[in-house]
Design a protein around this ligand. Structure first.
Ligand code: CP
Ligand code: NVA
Length: 305
């Protein structure tokens, strides 16, 4: 069976580092106008149940730059679960294309596509995880500081983005402090897996409910929306729950030298203020750019012959 990229926890520290090294190399090559045609003639099918700017454009542009091609599939075209079962969709796609990228609500659906098909599946975000985001995040951090020495702080919702960051930190042995309300911690199954992986890697993982405690002395402060895609109905309630978790200049006084991360899109004025997002320590567009380079490295790793 080919390897899929559904969770960073399915990959070893050495493998993740290899992908990050290649991502840096691809970025350097790109800057020099060099685009190795490593995926010539290869096709990626991209299935999106939720909106996307970054993931869609970077995967499609990434395939083009590597000499391949990407096809966008909308749920209403494909009808997974209504017109055809997930397994049959995966079996069909496996006969025509080389790889599937899927952004779905259900994490189990991405796993099922991978199980039923015979080509690699890339998780382009589920309600549980966002592994491609974590790889771009690590590339961005590594551009500023040694990953092993960096102190990362997460403030806000314990969502798919921090779940993957947590697993990545656990695999690679990094330091990550997470401040969320007690009711909105990262998923329990993810926390348990991270703690297990962290025992081997020596990762320093810490949980608190206090944003100031988490960011004090941190090198990177990271946040994301309070209501993720699919949680729009809870937006009002979540604004109340997370009110004390806004990344603003007052919070950043506890970490004046920290770089600011956000996976984007941002809900300006909610989880982060304009002042911080547009401020001199914000590196959110480097982070967005790195989606392109790190995903090209992931595609190469999955599709290499
Ligand atoms: N960060 C991210 O995944 O962005 P999109 O939702 O626009 O793909
Ligand atoms: N947590 C957000 C991330 C968007 C890239 C969401 O799932 O909507």
């Amino acid at each position: 069976m080919p390897r899929s990229f559904i969770s960073v926890a399915d990959w070893s520290a050495a493998e993740l580092r290899e992908i990050l090294d290649r991502a840096r190399e691809l970025k350097d090559l790109n800057k020099r106008g060099e685009r190795p045609q490593t995926l010539q003639g290869r096709t990626l099918a991209m299935y999106f149940e939720k909106p996307s700017l970054r993931t869609h454009v970077t995967f499609e542009a990434g395939m083009t730059q590597l000499g391949g091609h990407a096809i966008l599939l909308r749920p209403e075209q494909v009808g997974i679960g209504s017109r055809e079962s997930p397994a049959d969709v995966a079996r069909n796609l496996s006969r025509w294309v080389d790889c599937i990228l899927a952004r779905t609500f259900s994490h189990a659906l991405v796993e099922e596509l991978s199980r039923a098909g015979s080509i690699p599946v890339i998780n382009g975000l589920t309600d549980l995880l966002h592994p491609c985001q974590a790889m771009a995040d690590l590339q961005t951090v590594a551009e500023r500081q040694d990953l092993e020495r960096a102190v990362l702080a997460w403030v806000g919702d314990g969502n798919n983005v921090v779940n993957s960051l947590l697993l990545a930190a656990a695999v690679l042995g990094l330091e990550l402090r997470i401040a969320t309300p007690r009711t909105h911690r990262p998923a329990e199954r993810v926390r348990r897996r991270a703690e297990e992986l962290g025992r081997t890697s020596g990762a320093r993982l810490a949980w608190s409910e206090d944003p100031a405690e988490a960011v004090r002395g941190a090198d990177f402060v990271y946040t994301d929306v309070w209501a993720s895609m699919g949680q729009e109905d809870e937006s009002e309630q979540r604004r109340r729950i997370f009110a004390a978790y806004q990344v603003n200049s007052e919070l950043m006084r506890h970490a004046p030298d920290a770089w600011v991360l956000h996976c984007l899109p941002a809900h300006r004025g909610e989880e982060i203020t304009d002042e911080v997002l547009d401020g001199p320590r914000s590196i959110v567009f480097d982070q967005a750019e790195n989606r392109l380079h790190s995903q090209k490295a992931i595609l190469e790793r999955l599709l290499r012959r």
